[in-house]
Ligand binder design. Structure first.
Ligand code: GLY
Length: 436
């Protein structure tokens, strides 16, 4: 079988590694990711150029395509490839609206009475926004309707100092059509601990994966600007130290109900579904969905996957997913990023990665937004590589992972506290205090 993986980052490197050896691997990526390049036949080009992806797939008689990022999903890459008879692991343009259209997502929750929703309103004018925020009287979250590359969501009490700033930012979203719509979604601010549950979905059946916690803030202690995610951990048993089986099961139920609702509304959802939840004092609330694997979370779960990933992908395409087995271990992933990230990194700096030493230290390397030239790895302005360790406890995996980071040299940094006992205790205490 010939499988094409679309996308360039560490998530796609992890997907390629999971396929390696079980299919003939092709990839279409926007720059030369050294990890993907060495295990696949590849074409460099924009993954958002649907015609290019289609042409490359047809030329190479691709049987199945696995789509990594959300942007090509929004452009209808799956619709285009399926029209050529190529099975896709990824939702159609309509089904991907669960991520690409936040009004669609929240309305689905309301219309199908799906649990774990938040109070929300959709606005297209300043006056109504202002009245709502004043009447609501509590902190809100302001969201553009469409995709903004993770940069559009702002929270009152964090990036937005007060109600005035929240109103002004909402107006800016409408005036500039940020995310492609002259509309804004305003939601209640959920207080708790964030976690991720991902699932394989074949249109009706879902196979959930172990829960993961990502770390969006750039610096140790959850300080600094929001990033694409600086690292993540998962625990034995598929739960998290602050997340029990009941809350996990409730989250999975929310995802099942969502998949059923999408099916009724716009047709089957096939692919990976990423649920970003907040564990609040009264249970999990859905913050948002992604119509793809998480990054870094894909690295945690794919390292643990015991079932054959290609069989799972075939099950997704054929609508007969049989479930997925994961090893009962903990994982820690730390992202190495260029200094100045996010926003001010100087690209094209050499990063020296001693993969052999990293592997000997008990960790794996997943390359992200780097470019290989003449055998050397060059940075971009985004995340460079993920280092992942698997062990019997988070503590042990963290030690292995942190130790392995010393074999990456260059103008880079990483969060040292991801997966540390101290940070995890802080999460547990936070939840305990909320539940009092
Ligand atoms: N972990 C954040 C994301 O995948 O969007």
């Amino acid at each position: 079988m010939k499988i094409l993986v679309v996308g360039t980052g560490a998530r796609e490197h992890a997907i390629c590694k999971a396929i390696e050896g079980n299919a003939e691997l092709y990839s279409l990526m926007s720059n030369k990711n050294p990890g993907i390049a060495r295990i696949s036949k590849y074409q460099i080009g924009s993954e958002n150029d649907i015609e290019l992806v289609k042409k490359y797939a047809i030329q190479n008689n691709i049987d199945m395509a696995v789509i990594g990022p959300e942007a090509p999903l929004e452009k209808g890459i799956v619709d285009a490839l399926e029209a050529e008879g190529i099975g896709c692991v990824g939702p159609t343009k309509e089904a991907a609206k669960i991520e690409t259209d936040k009004v669609f997502m929240r309305n689905l929750f309301e219309n199908y009475k799906i649990g774990g929703s938040l109070v929300y309103r959709v606005f297209d004018n300043y006056e109504d926004i202002s009245n709502f925020i004043d009447d609501f009287g509590e902190d809100v979250v302001i969201k553009p309707v469409g995709l903004t590359g993770g940069k559009g969501v702002k929270i009152m009490g964090e990036q937005l100092k007060d109600a005035e700033e929240a109103k002004n930012y909402s107006k800016e979203i409408i005036d500039t059509k940020m995310g492609g719509h002259a509309k804004v979604v305003i939601e209640e601010r959920a207080i708790g601990e964030e976690f991720t549950v991902q699932a394989f979905v074949d249109g009706k059946n879902i196979a959930p994966m172990p829960a993961v916690q990502d770390h969006p803030y750039a610096f140790d202690g959850d300080e600094g600007p929001i990033t694409g995610g600086m690292g993540s951990y998962s625990d034995k048993g598929g739960l998290l130290p602050f997340l029990d089986q009941k809350a996990y099961d409730e989250s999975v139920k929310i995802m099942e109900e969502t998949v059923n609702a999408i099916n009724k509304e716009v047709g089957p959802y096939r692919g990976f579904l990423y649920g970003q939840f907040m564990l609040c004092k009264d249970g999990p609330k859905l913050i948002e969905y992604n119509a793809r694997f998480g990054d870094p979370e894909a690295m945690n779960v794919l390292q643990l996957l015991q079932s054959n990933f290609v069989d799972i992908c075939e099950g997704i395409v054929d609508g007969n997913l049989k479930g997925a087995k994961f090893s009962d271990k903990a994982t820690v992933c730390k992202y190495i990023v260029p200094k100045g990230y996010p926003g001010n990194a100087v690209p094209d700096q050499i990063i020296d990665v001693d993969e052999r030493k990293i592997n000997e230290a008990g960790a794996e390397v997943y390359y992200a937004a780097v470019n290989e030239k003449d055998g050397k790895v060059y940075s971009s302005s985004s995340r460079a590589l993920g280092i992942v360790s698997v062990a019997d406890s988070i503590e042990e995996a963290e030690k292995l992972c942190e130790n392995a980071t010393k074999y990456v040299k260059g103008d880079v940094y990483h969060r040292r506290d991801v997966g540390t006992t101290e940070l995890i205790q802080k999460r547990i205490k936070h939840m305990e205090e909320l539940k009092k």
